[in-house]
Design a protein around this ligand. Structure first.
Ligand code: EPS
Length: 401
């Protein structure tokens, strides 16, 4: 049960997306043009994005929860208007269409696209036109998540906790590992696909071009890194308080994500324990983990569902975008006949964007965990509680009880 809740609403081609975030303490300095809109712009970037990104310049309209530049502790509601709505006022009207409307103007789709929620959604909600499904299932919704995540990142930044991401692979191209730069997002955002390995980045863009030419799409793996966390967030005492599970669920919930890894994740399953577990070593500089650190961080900053004080490292495996111009076989829901799946305007690759969305989802879970441990109706109170905890970690010393 987290003390930070968010909900989004809105369809991809409707009037707008809305986001509601409850649980942010009062007294957080928040300027949406400075703190939120740049995150939305980051989400819209990345080589291989579709033409929708030329239409939208996402920004939030703040409706509540902030006064004179500071949060009030009340629910923060935000709106992101869809510029594309003006092209969809007939197909996405709330009202029943007039008798004489041209059916094509409603832009229906009856051949579900393999890989999207189209067919499962059509059965679940008993709809015939799968546009009724795809409009909400679309990754457009992630813009609203990023708006909420940006506020969570702002709160964490006040507490010395930073979150960044980068792309580890796209298609068959895998970036070389290596030490992550302190200014992770500054370096990653400067690359067309948010990859830290410039040689791999060139090959990723080439593979994206080749996929586009073939009418195909690409997925890949993004990595989110959270630094500055204190030891002790999350808990092992109940399944739903384990932070590894909550982070995995949050990242897995991002559209098109089909796998989540923490630390060395699946690689660890193929190694002996002596090459997996992180040796515990004294490290007086690690004040947020009581002066005790680790020789490695294969656990990705979590043991027993609890933060160790090392960076939390979460990876998401994103499947290739489901709309293919080289259309896959499907079934026409009007008559059961076999045909080619529908085609919607779409991206060829959105892995760089997924990393930005991953940052938001990780920030929302970690901010919730911080508030669970340090409480606080105001940022000052959260900070005092956290500072007191960190001070105690240093003072508690050693002993048998
Ligand atoms: C997206 C908006 C969508 C898609 C894409 C991502 O806009 P439109 O459908 O009008 O082109 O471009 O969504 C998908 C690829 C998907 O499969 O859902 C966005 O804002 O991120």
């Amino acid at each position: 049960m987290t003390s930070l809740h968010f909900h989004t609403a809105g369809e991809s081609h409707g009037k707008a997306l809305t986001a509601l975030l409850e649980g942010v303490p009062a007294g957080l300095c928040l300027e949406v043009e400075r703190d939120v809109d740049p995150e939305l712009a980051r989400r819209q970037g990345g080589y291989g994005r579709g033409r929708r990104m030329q239409i939208e310049q996402d920004r939030v309209e703040l409706l509540s929860g902030v006064r004179l530049g500071e949060t009030l502790g009340s629910p923060i509601s935000m709106v992101i208007r869809n510029r594309d709505w003006e092209n969809w006022t007939t197909a996405m009207a709330h009202e029943a269409p007039p008798e004489q409307v041209n059916p094509k103007a409603l832009r229906p789709h009856y051949l579900p696209r393999p890989g999207h929620a189209d067919l499962a959604g059509a059965f679940k909600y008993d709809r015939r036109d799968v546009r009724d499904i795809l409009e909400r299932a679309s990754a457009r919704e992630t813009a609203a998540r990023v708006a909420c995540g940006a506020v969570a990142k702002r709160l964490l930044a006040e507490l010395g906790i930073s979150i960044g991401s980068h792309v580890r692979s796209i298609g068959s191209v895998v970036a070389d590992g290596g030490e992550l730069p302190e200014n992770l997002n500054e370096v990653a955002d400067a690359d067309l696909v948010r990859c830290l390995d410039s040689d791999a980045s060139v090959r990723m863009c080439t593979e994206i071009d080749d996929a586009k030419t073939r009418g195909d799409t690409l997925g890949g793996v993004f990595e989110v890194v959270a630094r500055g966390l204190p030891v002790g967030l999350g808990s092992y005492v109940s399944w739903d308080r384990r932070l590894d599970g909550r982070l995995a669920a949050a990242v897995m919930s991002i559209q098109a994500v089909k796998g989540v890894d923490l630390g060395i994740g699946f690689q660890g399953a193929m190694r002996p324990g002596s090459q997996v577990h992180d040796a515990i070593v004294p490290n007086e500089s690690q004040l947020r983990s009581g002066g005790i650190g680790r020789a490695t961080n294969r656990a990705g900053g979590l043991e027993g569902g609890v933060t160790t004080g090392e960076p939390v490292v979460v990876r998401g495996a994103m499947k290739p975008i489901s709309t293919l111009r080289t259309r896959l076989p499907s079934v026409d829901l009007r008559d059961g006949s076999v045909g080619d799946a529908a085609v919607e305007r779409s991206d060829v690759c959105a892995v760089p964007a997924a990393g930005v969305v991953g940052e938001s989802m990780v920030a929302l879970v970690l901010a919730g965990a911080v508030l669970e441990k340090f409480g606080g109706d105001s940022v000052g109170e959260v900070r005092r509680n956290m500072d007191g905890y960190i001070t105690y970690l240093a003072e508690r010393g050693f002993g048998e009880r």
